[in-house]
Each structure stands twice: as structure tokens, then as C-alpha cells.
Design a protein around this ligand. Structure first.
Ligand code: MTE
Ligand code: MO
Length: 214
């Protein structure tokens, strides 16, 4: 009994360490997005890389072709900027860095815009995109993604707020300067590091998103 109680306390303490400032832990995996859930049509679907590629050459893959690329597993938490943090997701997919090797960016590339069905976009710095934790995810806890969580393919950038983890991913655009995506253009932080609580665009003026002095 005492031992069980101890491990419960330990688990709670561990969660507190893992939940970024201003976030709260939630059980399960809430669904969060703007707009309707798209239907997957394999015959029309592709993933495209375009923008400032080295040599100006675009590339695209069918879903079938993507299955031949290297895959890996990452266990990580998901921090929605509206507050909920869900924990211990087992993501399986293609390292974003592997995509970058297949389509090298021009030397001036600094950022990446990810594009979803229906035009949702989100920008990340190139280094955040190539981080070993950043995946183009096809499976969660050994099951294909469900439609509402991004089937057939979503980005997961576990070290940034959830709005960077574009569901229903269709394209990656290489940028030579930062450009704001959907939420970034609606008042959210262009970097979005939850450990620095970079939630809002107005924090950016204080130098790399430090908390404003109130
Ligand atoms: N295409 C698309 N992707 C999206 C969003 C969206 O509105 N459209 N919302 C983002 C936000 S704000 C969060 S917190 C996560 C939530 O992912 P989940 O629904 O799998 O928990 O998806 C992100 N990806
Ligand atoms: Mo979110």
C-alpha cells in the first residue's frame, strides 16, 4: 500500500516537472483543431516539398512511396497552447531531417512552412524542423492515426506548442525568412517554445519571446 502511494506521488511529481509553465496535465488525448476533418483520397493525395530548394527542384511522394522512407519512434508529450498537455504519446513516422536530406534546402533557408489540407499552415525554424524529435507521423501507439488526429500524415514537433504540429500534412515549403502561419498570424508566438511560455506574438518584442515584464 505504502509503496503504491509512494509511486503515485512520484508519478505526480514527475508530471509536474514535465508540464510546462501555465499548462495542465490531461488524461487521454483531446482533439484540437480549427475547421472540418478532411477525408483521405489516396488517388489525389501527395506530399510536396517546394520553395527554396537547392537547385529549385520540387519533389513529391504518393502515400505509398512514403512508406519506403526510413521510420522511427519518438515518445513525447503534446502541449496545446490553450492549456492542456497530454503525455506519453508514442509517435511513429519519418524523421523530418530525413526528408531534408532527400530534398536539400538552398543555403539561405532559415525556416519551414508546413501546409495542411484546407490551407492550415504553421511556420517553424529550420533547426526545429530538423530536430531528431520532429517526425512526419503516420502511427500513434502502434495504430494508424485516426482521422481527427491527422490521418494519414501529420507533423509532430514535440518541443514546441501543438499548433506547430500540423495535422493532415500535404506540403513543406522552404523559406529564406520567417513567415507567419495560421495561428502565428492570429496572435500566437512565431517560435512557440512551451518551456519559455512563448504563447503570444506580443511577447516577441521582448527579445526572443521572453516573458513580458508586467
Ligand atoms: N491542419 C491542422 N493541424 C492542426 C491544427 C489545425 O487547426 N489544423 N491545430 C493544431 C493545434 S492548435 C493543436 S494543439 C494540435 C492538436 O493535435 P491533436 O488534435 O492531435 O491533439 O493540432 C495542431 N494541428
Ligand atoms: Mo492547440
Amino acid at each position: 500500500m505504502a509503496r503504491d502511494r509512494h509511486s503515485t506521488v512520484e508519478a505526480a511529481a514527475d508530471r509536474t516537472r514535465r508540464v510546462p509553465p501555465g499548462q495542465h496535465h490531461v488524461n487521454g488525448w483531446p482533439v484540437s483543431h480549427y475547421g472540418p476533418v478532411p477525408r483521405f483520397r489516396p488517388e489525389r493525395w501527395n506530399l510536396r516539398v517546394f520553395g527554396a530548394t537547392a537547385g529549385g527542384v520540387d519533389r513529391s511522394w504518393t502515400f505509398e512511396e512514403l512508406t519506403t522512407l526510413p521510420h522511427t519512434t519518438v515518445i513525447a508529450d503534446l502541449h496545446c497552447a490553450s492549456g492542456p498537455t497530454s503525455t506519453d504519446h508514442e509517435w511513429y513516422g519519418i524523421p523530418a531531417a530525413a526528408l531534408l536530406e532527400l530534398v536539400p534546402p538552398a543555403p539561405e533557408v532559415t525556416h519551414v512552412m508546413t501546409w495542411a489540407e484546407y490551407g492550415y499552415t504553421s511556420n517553424v525554424r529550420l533547426a526545429d524542423f530538423t530536430s531528431p524529435q520532429t517526425l512526419l507521423v503516420t502511427h500513434h501507439d502502434d495504430e494508424p492515426l485516426t482521422a481527427e488526429h491527422g490521418f494519414p500524415l501529420r507533423l509532430v514537433v514535440p518541443h514546441l506548442y501543438g499548433y506547430k504540429s500540423t495535422k493532415w500534412l500535404r506540403a513543406v515549403e522552404y523559406l529564406t525568412e520567417d513567415r507567419r502561419g495560421f495561428w502565428e498570424d492570429r496572435g500566437h508566438h512565431t517560435i512557440g517554445d512551451p518551456w519559455q511560455e512563448q504563447r503570444y506574438a506580443h511577447q516577441e518584442a521582448d527579445g526572443d519571446g521572453a516573458r513580458p515584464h508586467v
